[in-house]
Design a protein around this ligand. Structure first.
Ligand SMILES: Nc1nc2c(ncn2[C@@H]2O[C@H](COP(=O)(O)OP(=O)(O)O)[C@@H](O)[C@H]2O)c(=O)[nH]1
Ligand SMILES: [Mg+2]
Length: 326
């Protein structure tokens, strides 16, 4: 780092420590663009003891996650909480998302001094979405946020499963979601700590009943039976109950001490992901790069496709040999 750059960096860190939101925004951008510098950043917060409570809000596109996040924030802000939001929504680019679409209400919240919001919408992330989400949430913790809300589409996305990174998972459904079997197939009933049927102005009692029945058929080793609420995120109806359920779940985790397990899980996920992505990189760079893959393909086209197994087998023998040497 040049003198000037390192001076800028130090001043960024000290502004961040003074709770400057612009410095927070700049540090997020820095670790997004240069993930390999994350350790340089976090080195400065090693003495921070603060923990944020981390909530995931998940559901299909359009169910009202963003609107509901806004409504939840409004209640929590009135209680004096500081909130960091991470919005992972590949289906709605930042400018088109309801977060800004519903300009009047959401602008109120995003301009609030105690809220910071970051959207990971329309671009590829070096090291993957989950890395970015983990790092941003760590920055929010260093910044002193009381709560972090991660809004994300669906479950089972290959590169990002939100429940690995949060303590309370809120699953949002809407009227007309479909039948119970579909929900079970989607794996929804396993992951929610709380269920909410949003858009209650359009109905949805049948969905609530189905969820309740499925929950009645399940056993909960944790001792927590997920509650079901119905909300209208636009009018705010029912949102108080939802917030209460989130706080009850938090209390349940804290009393049963499973919060410690959740925290460990977050790191476990992170460590695995870091190691796997590093190893992947090493393998693709040094053992089997694009050039070599192309060579194998060309050989297969020229020498015949049946030789491809032999070539790959030989390649793996080489790789094995290399790995054993380490
Ligand atoms: N009728 C009705 N519409 C809602 C409700 N909550 C959100 N919406 C609307 O549903 C659309 C999608 O909302 P959005 O928050 O962007 O959903 P997301 O994709 O899950 O984040 C927007 O037009 C919202 O205004 C609700 O409770 N009732
Ligand atoms: Mg959204």
């Amino acid at each position: 780092m040049s003198l000037k750059v390192s001076h800028d960096f130090d001043s960024l860190i000290s502004r961040f420590k003074k709770k400057d939101k612009i410095a927070l925004a700049k540090l997020i951008t820095l670790i997004e663009n240069e993930p390999e510098k994350a350790h340089e950043v976090f080195k400065h917060f090693e003495d921070v003891k603060h923990d944020s409570y981390i909530i995931g809000i998940t559901g299909s596109p359009g169910v009202g996650k963003s609107t509901l996040t806004g409504a939840i924030c409004k209640i929590l802000l009135d209680e004096g909480k500081k909130i960091g939001i991470i919005c992972v929504d590949p289906t709605s680019p930042f400018s088109g998302g309801a977060f800004l679409g519903d300009r009047v209400r959401m602008t109120n919240i995003s301009l609030h001094p105690n809220v910071f919001m970051r959207s990971l919408a329309s671009r590829g992330y070096k090291g993957g979405i989950s890395r970015a989400v983990f790092d941003i949430s760590l920055l929010y913790e260093a910044f002193g946020m009381d709560l972090i809300i991660i809004e994300t589409v669906g479950v089972g996305q290959a590169e990002f499963d939100v429940y690995n990174l949060v303590y309370t998972v809120v699953v949002i459904l809407v009227p007309g979601y479909g039948d119970a079997i579909q929900m079970q197939k989607a794996g929804i009933i396993e992951i929610g700590d709380i269920y909410d049927i949003n858009k209650k102005d359009l109905g949805g009692e049948d969905v609530a009943v189905q969820i309740e029945m499925m929950l009645d058929d399940s056993t909960f080793q944790s001792g927590w039976r997920p509650p079901v609420t119905m909300t209208n995120a636009i009018s705010g109806e029912g949102v108080n109950d939802l917030v209460q359920n989130i706080m009850d779940h938090k209390e349940h985790l804290e009393l049963s001490e499973s919060i410690g397990e959740k925290k460990k899980n977050r790191f476990r996920y992170k460590i695995r992901e870091l190691v796997y992505s590093k190893i992947n990189k090493i393998i693709s760079e040094s053992f089997l790069n694009e050039k070599e893959i192309n060579e194998i393909i060309n050989h297969a086209l020229v020498d015949g496709k049946f030789k491809i197994y032999r070539t790959i087998h030989n390649k793996f023998e080489d790789v094995n040999f290399e790995i054993k040497k380490r």
